[in-house]
Design a protein around this ligand. Sequence first.
Ligand code: NZQ
Ligand code: ZN
Length: 386
Amino acid sequence: MLNFEFKNPTKIIFGKGKIEKLSREIPKDANILMIYGGGSIKKNGVYEQVIAALDGYKLTEFGGVPANPEYEVLLEALQVIKDKNIDYLLAVGGGSVIDGVKFLSAAANYDGEPWEILSNRVVTKEGKGMPFATVLTLPATASEMNSGAVISRRGTGEKLAMGGPGLFPQFSILDPEVIKSIPKNQIANGITDAYTHVLEQYMTYPTGASLQDRFAESILLSLQEVAPKVMAEAFDYDAAANFMWSCTMALNGLIGKGVPQDWAVHSMGHELTAQYGIDHARTLAIVAPQHYHYYFDKKKDKLAQYAERVWNITEGAVDEKAKKGIEAMEQFFHSLDIKTKLSEYTDSYNGTAEKVQAAFESRGWLLGENQMVTPEDAKKIVEMTY
Ligand code: NZQ
Ligand code: ZN
């Protein structure tokens, strides 16, 4: 097992009806900016619950943060923060809204040009971000319990990550009932995103971290088990609760401690979203299987372990099991109606790989465990996804 340090200060308030606990957690004298997305919270009752819970607070609203949170829109929210002397941020939404709020938390106390936080990878240290909390409406990213964010800038075709220990939410409210109103394609995205978060922290090489391996495998198994239930028409509270908690646990830092991590699939995926606007999770399903084929020799021990423990593929030698593991992974994505070829999302895919290579070269990126993924490798992997 590798050495590690672990601190996650986010308080989780989990369960049915828990949105009313907001007023117990936010200081009474806070001057709050509540931030939300395109309006789903106004149709499913979440907005009313939040407003009722914040009765008596000084509250300003900012709606309209789009999926893949847009820098230009967030700059408008930043202006509101400055104009109204806001001192507490509340995200009510999915990963996009929460990530947008993390950017605002960092930018509110940053002296330079806000885009530098992304372009220069400025780390927000503990105590340096504006305090914020979240009411999660879409299980997927685990942004509700981690300190990372991904921001898009459509004008320049960029989608970049940021973060730091000062960007953990103070608390997050997770009420599985919010899942009732999520469209099935977004549920499928949530399952696929969380599943791939586990893979990024698991599908590397063995380091004898058997507890982390089993944490990871249990999340994959739980997601596979709940998938048909949360995709079904009838609402199943326990399945929704397990789905929600699996997504949070997949990327709150715990399973990645003491093990090598990859994350090249996400970096390549972000480029596909930046180029074509493909949903984040779907880009991962496009890239992951090909990434594992490309690095088969380096990753086959973990691929075979995955096949055996997660899919019960026990016959054959390591290579055979590992190959079947990749097949089972791709079939799982297909079972969620998630397509795994870039050409199934766009006809104009020619040249995509070269653009990814150029973007990674311009940033000097070497990715993956051991920084083995060069821009040239990324180009070849993206070509395999056509
Ligand atoms: O905007 P509204 O109207 O609220 O609608 C949203 C949006 O259209 C809708 N939705 C959310 N909750 C709903 C709902 N519709 C009905 N009922 C509800 N209860 O779902 C749509 C997608 O929402 P979004 O927040 O974009 O989805 P997700 O949570 O998948 O977030 C994706 C973003 O997170 C980033 C991605 O790159 C992408 O930008 N990620 C953030 C990570 C992190 N912070 O750790 C890690 C991830 O790997 C990922 O990169
Ligand atoms: Zn993701």
